[in-house]
Design a protein around this ligand. Sequence first.
Ligand code: XMP
Length: 507
Amino acid sequence: KILILDFGSQYTQLIARRVRELNVYCEIHPFNNPPVIDESIKGVILSGSPFSVRDEKAPIPNLLEIKGKLPLLGVCYGAQHLAHCFGGEVMASNKREYGRANLTSVNSSNELLKGISLNSQVWMSHGDTIEKMPSNFKVIASTSDVENAAFEIEGETAYGIQFHPEVYHTTEGSILLKNYIVGICGCQQNWTPDAFVETTVAELKEKLGDDRVILGLSGGVDSTVAAMLVHKAIGKNLYCIFVDNGLLRKNEFTDVLKKYETLGLNVIGVDAGEKFISALAGVTDPETKRKIIGNAFIEVFDAESHKVKNAKWLGQGTIYPDVIESVSVNGGPSQTIKSHHNVGGLPDFMKLKVVEPLKLLFKDEVRRVGKSMGLEDKFISRHPFPGPGLGIRILGDVTAEKVRILQEVDHIFISGLVEDGLYNEVWQAGAMLLPVQSVGVMGDERTYESVVALRAVGSTDGMTADWSHLPYEFLAKISNKIINGVKGVNRVVYDISSKPPATIEWE
Ligand code: XMP
């Protein structure tokens, strides 16, 4: 595997994904909490960082067991750190070095740069530059503004590059990464979805034996793929619980339940809608609504899990971005994410041991694993849907009637997106029922009914998002369908706010 030491760059996860795309396994560890360096590690990558090597609090890794012993590649800050620590000079650069640049010289006989063309576009993002190289550092590529754009350390298998090979705009970045990972580190490209399924199922069999496992399904990809893996390992000893909180999309509960049955999963479907709706009666504060929904879920799940005698494990669809230890920005000790098992005062199911078969995978890898296990594209490409469901899309208090209205509106919108081939163009879409009535006229009658807002956004991770520029004709058609088809709604608006400053959900 490849070890990536993280100095807090926003691109670190992207490096890891690029390595994984080459079918090579890698792990991200904080620079100040590295794993034991053993022979499973074939090479190391030092990430970028928001810090300058000249900062007082600049992150400093311990490379004693790495430099000169294992192949090493420093990217951006990583490269500057090597130059700075081993006799070179890193200074604030007087030219802007952000964005596109082209390689004006390339030593293509160098192992790292084999196949990289002269003029190749690279992506720069740094405020500092390596002014003076240590005497045993040899330049292997330059751009017009950055002479020391890439270097090799003589007598070692160590390299530094000032540009970011992991970003899309470095057009030959994946060639460079492949040269390093496969050519220089000698990694086998055998980390494939099929191989992952095979080894994970074998490990789960070994770990779980004849034990019973409980797993909460949400209808989303992560929990579904986690369940499929555990099911493949232990079959009927996996008990899945799927709760209808009364806040799901129209027909979602029955449709998804059917889907789970065709996958052969042993699913207990719990229809708890009334419990949730009555717990929410009269509550308008968004955070209180979230807490009520969360607590009701825990109660229902706990009661159901008690019906499974002798359960030993709780299966969870946790994925890699949730468990990567973050590098804290002030350079202090990094946070560790703790699993919440064996803690007193929790519902009984939380006292079970936790099994998380996806905790090494990125979202796109979860999808590929799902696909390799036979999950169809339609299911894999479903939009994200928040846990509290329509509860946080009905602004203000929630009633069964409002849920019904919003389910109809959402159904018209989503099925319209599918019919017009727009569903996969959009990262997430949904409708909000506003606590506002407006005047309208239908036939000869004045109406005074609800307003709904449609929201569709493009995003990669939900952290930032922009509103989708859906065609006017499409919006016109959907608006018409909603107003004519859903009693209680006489006005439709489209949300054109980006995140930030708005959020995707309205509550
Ligand atoms: P916001 O509204 O914060 O949403 O821009 C970002 C993403 O997170 C989802 N979301 C939630 N998911 N429980 C969830 O499981 C929640 O309470 C919750 N709030 C927001 C939202 O749908 C979007 O994908």
